[in-house]
Design a protein around this ligand. Structure first.
Ligand code: NIG
Ligand code: FE
Length: 413
């Protein structure tokens, strides 16, 4: 099957030479072609170029993209899409003055979702999660990482990871599974942290590895959650099972965790709302992608990741949603890109680099996704007719997406 997109107003993120990530000042450059064509052959990008140089192709279908922008789909490298129920009462409690920490301390927060996950069947969790995934695909997401972490027991974590596996089986976009057993200490282990860590290491990890249920391992490295030492034990064990490290860190406090994550050659460190100069130094010359989650900052009113400071220091930065029932009940990457521009002072070029190629890197798929490159998967967003791609963050409340292609196939709405 060959589909030719013609008269594309702007074809964004065009990379002829493979680049696994874009860092620092280079993020300001978003290579694009005006008045372009793109050829899809089966599931891949087969060719692209200027309309004035369009070769004569044998094709099955032609789509006129006049006035429209085409770009790679968003790569959302940090989500918790698999969960049961919702937590809108906590949202109202926060409006009435309680903090995220206060809500968590009285049994809300992660433990609230863990309780609901325990009470809900695997099938029902799958149905709820499937709807969320379908929604984010229609919003332009073409690759997604999903974490466990609301099970917090052997059976609960396996249940979540099996739901992720089922999503992988039934959807064509790439899905990466991350084991986040170390999301919070369950109430029974509040005074026995080592007991829960042993459960993760000796009971959960062997079973997860035996069923090949996870690609990555994560922990919530944060004051009141997992300390640097506790995180270290869990990561060491995960690495032995072949899991690469991706960590929640520096969301509320900086406790010198980033250095440890980099020492584990983490694929990504995520959140980073509070970042010290030492943290930035630790990330320099590493393989670790910094991932900012601005819709989390927006929703729970915490500081935004200091993107300018980090990019100006030469670091690469990715953007992701953090879609979860507590801190970010939204998986809309368009809103993330807009918020990054509006609140973090990233330029549209930087934000789109962060949400495509750098997002792909942060989930280990930049060989195949995240840019318009011959041989990469034809996962594409076609916008409605717009004046320029700057509209994407500018018109932050409008849905500018007309069509989404995953593996060369148009996803019907
Ligand atoms: O990434 N920070 C830790 N975990 C989630 C929130 C979890 C929740 O509140 O359910 C996050 O923001
Ligand atoms: Fe998260």
């Amino acid at each position: 099957m060959r589909i030719l997109l013609t008269h594309i107003k702007e074809l964004l993120q065009v990379r002829n030479i493979h680049q696994d990530k874009i860092s620092g000042a280079d993020m300001a450059d978003l290579p694009l072609l005006k008045e372009a064509y793109l050829l899809i052959e089966n599931d891949l990008i087969a060719d692209f170029g200027l309309m004035s140089e369009l070769p004569c192709f044998e094709i099955d279908q032609k789509i006129n993209c006049e006035g429209r922008v085409v770009l790679p789909t968003w790569c959302d490298s940090h989500t918790h899409i698999v969960y049961a129920g919702s937590r809108e009462q906590e949202f109202v409690d926060r409006i009435n003055g309680l903090s995220y920490e206060e809500i968590a301390n009285r049994g809300g927060g992660i433990l609230n979702s863990a309780k609901r996950t325990l009470e809900t069947s695997e099938n029902e969790i799958y149905e709820q999660s499937k709807k969320r995934l379908e929604e984010v695909i229609s919003q332009g997401t073409g690759a997604v990482e999903i974490k466990s972490g609301y099970g917090l027991s052997v059976e609960g974590e396996l249940k979540m990871l099996r739901v992720i596996r089922r999503l992988k089986e039934n959807f064509t976009l790439p899905i990466k599974a991350t084991f986040l057993g170390a999301h919070a200490f369950p109430t029974a282990y509040k005074e026995n942290h080592q007991g829960y860590i042993d459960l993760i290491i000796n009971e959960m990890l062997p079973k997860i590895a035996a069923e090949n249920l996870a690609d990555y391992i994560d922990a919530f490295l944060e004051t009141g959650y997992f300390s640097v030492d506790e995180t270290q034990q869990i990561m060491e064990a995960g690495i032995k099972y072949g899991l690469r490290v991706k960590i929640h860190v520096n969301q509320f406090t900086a406790i010198n965790g980033i250095k440890t994550c980099v020492a584990f050659d983490a694929l990504s460190v995520d959140h980073l709302e509070i970042v010290t100069d030492a943290d930035i130094e630790a990330l320099k010359n590493s393989n670790t992608m910094a991932v900012a989650l601005p819709s989390c900052s927006f929703f729970i009113s915490i500081p935004y990741t200091p993107a300018r400071k980090m990019i100006d220091a030469g670091l690469p930065l990715a953007l992701a949603t953090d879609f979860n029932p507590g801190t970010t009940p939204s998986g809309n990457m368009n809103l993330v890109v807009a918020t990054a521009c509006i609140k973090m002072k990233m330029t549209p070029e930087e934000a789109i680099n962060a949400a495509t190629i750098n997002g792909a890197y942060a989930m280990g798929i930049s060989e195949t996704h995240g840019s318009i490159t011959v041989g990469k998967k034809a996962n594409l967003i076609i916008t409605k007719s717009i004046s320029s791609f700057y509209q994407i963050p500018y018109a932050f409340g409008s849905n500018l997406i007309e069509d989404v292609f995953i593996n060369g196939t148009l996803i019907s709405k």
